[in-house]
Structures are given as C-alpha cells and as structure tokens.
Write a new protein. Structure first.
Length: 283
C-alpha cells in the first residue's frame, strides 16, 4: 500500500513539474477596467510595444497585452510555432469569456487578429489593424505559394548559422527600415536580438506562409486599418492594401504620413487619436 501511495505521489509530482516547465505559446498581462481589448504585437516584438497605447486606454478599457513565445525573453515553444499561437489566443479568449472583445494587432498581430475574427465561436466587436497584411508572403514573393516555404531552406539555415555579430548587423539594418526615429530603431533592434533565434527564423517562415485573405470574406465586424506611408509612399501603400483586402466587404483605411512600420512610435499622437476615434465609433 505504501509503495502504491509513493507511486501516485511521484506521478502527480511528474505531471505538476511537466506542466510548470512546458513553455506557453502566449503570455498575457491584464491592465485596466472596462470593455476588453486584446493587444497583439508584431513579429519579434513583446507587449511592451503597446505601453503608450495602454496608458491612454486603461482608464476605460481592460487591456489584455500579449507577448508571444520566443519574444521579449519569453521561452520558445516547439514548432510549428504560429498554429500554436493562434490556438492559444482563441483558447484564451474563450476561457476568459471575453465578450464584445476589441482586438488591436500590429504586423503579425494584425494577421492573427483577422484569423481570430473569422472564428464563429468568438464574440468580437471590432478589429484595428496596424500596418498589417492578410498575406505578407504574397506581397514579398511573385506567384506566392505557401507550400513552397519550408523551415529547411538555404536562407533559413544561413540565418541560423550567423554569428552574433553578423546577426546584430542584420538586426541593425532591419530596424532602420521599421521606424524613422533613431531611438526607437535601437529599441526595435534590441527586441530582434532578444528573440530566440530559431523562433525568429522558423517563426518568420510560419508568418509568411499564413494567408488569411479568404478568411476576410467571413468577417462581419467593423475593421479599421492604419497603414504606414513609408517606405513605398502613400499611393503604393493604398494600392497594396486595397489589393490585399479585396475580400473584405467594408473597412476604413487611413494612411499615416511620415511614418514607417511602427506607426505608434513615429506618429504617437496621430496613432492614439485614430485609435480613440475608432474605438469611440464602436461604443
């Protein structure tokens, strides 16, 4: 009997330890009170990117600030990465009974927000998409076919094998195209370097493979899109967005002039003004 009891205790200890040690796909911090808002950041970016936004919204909204696995120093998860992220976000919304939920998503976070909005089981009220495309891969590759993108590729293997110095140079070049502000460029570079390398490489493959353009057809809630003017200019930005969102019946598209990808950094007051305006129309 004693041996059986010890065996049961050992088994329970194993399961508890296993649960504690298994990395989570998402990490969520909740700040504020009111109607719930889920804030999903972009690729390599932790929830800290929403700090100014949350400070403005927390008096009237319950802000659920997401950081994805492998970003912001959070432990990585097993691959495929992005499907686990999507499932975890859907489960989070359902298990926390977030009714009449608003979602603000930047970059990848906006693409995931589109996927979530197409799920019939979720009671969402609005999407605000910040420089986010439903199919980033289709913009980058002619004759885009997600099945042609694989983890095991010369490009991915090269990035995985990069030295810290070479990867730092890569991050420096990338960050300079994401914001017009040198201080914010340094912050973005830090976030890239802080990201788990495998998550950066394979997670980006997941991101490019994700194509939710067909999902747009099933979205019935209001959608506001805030697009950056840079680096292509306003006319090209409008053309790209109208092409990518052709399956969405109705949406408000507003271009942030003198701004690169991180609109919340380059045009903070403009950004908050349009966030507040969009949210006020939902009440």
């Amino acid at each position: 009997m004693k041996n059986i009891t010890l065996a049961i205790i050992s088994l329970l200890f194993f399961f508890i330890t296993e649960a504690q040690e298994t990395p989570k796909p998402i990490h969520v911090e909740v700040i504020g009170q009111g109607q719930p808002i889920l804030l999903i950041p972009g690729f390599t970016v932790p929830g800290d990117s929403w700090t100014n936004t949350v400070n403005r919204l927390k008096k009237d909204y319950e802000c659920h600030i997401v950081t994805l696995a492998g970003f912001g120093g959070k432990p990585p998860i097993k691959f495929p990465w992005l499907p686990k992220i999507n499932e975890a976000l859907e489960d989070y919304i359902t298990s926390n009974k977030l009714e009449n939920l608003l979602i603000i998503g930047h970059n990848l976070g906006g693409t995931v927000a589109i996927w979530l909005a197409s799920r019939e089981s979720l009671n969402l009220s609005k999407l605000i998409l910040v420089d986010a495309l439903p199919a980033a891969g289709a913009l980058m590759f002619p004759n885009f076919n997600p099945n042609n993108l694989a983890y095991d590729s010369p490009f991915n293997n090269q990035q995985l094998a990069m030295s810290k110095d070479d990867f730092s140079k890569l991050a420096d070049g990338m960050s300079k195209g994401m914001s017009l502000n040198p201080k914010d460029q340094e912050q973005i570079k830090h976030w890239i370097l802080e990201t788990d390398r495998k998550t950066y490489v394979y997670g980006y493959t997941d991101y490019l493979k994700l194509d939710v353009r067909e999902h747009l057809k099933s979205i019935k809630i209001p959608v506001t899109i805030l697009a950056a003017e840079q680096p292509f200019g306003k006319d090209t930005a409008l053309e790209n967005y109208k092409s990518q969102y052709a399956n969405l019946k109705a949406y408000d598209l507003i271009v942030a002039e003198n701004s690169a990808h991180f609109i919340m950094f380059d045009q903070p007051e403009w950004f908050l003004q349009h966030i507040n305006k969009s949210l006020s129309l939902t009440k």
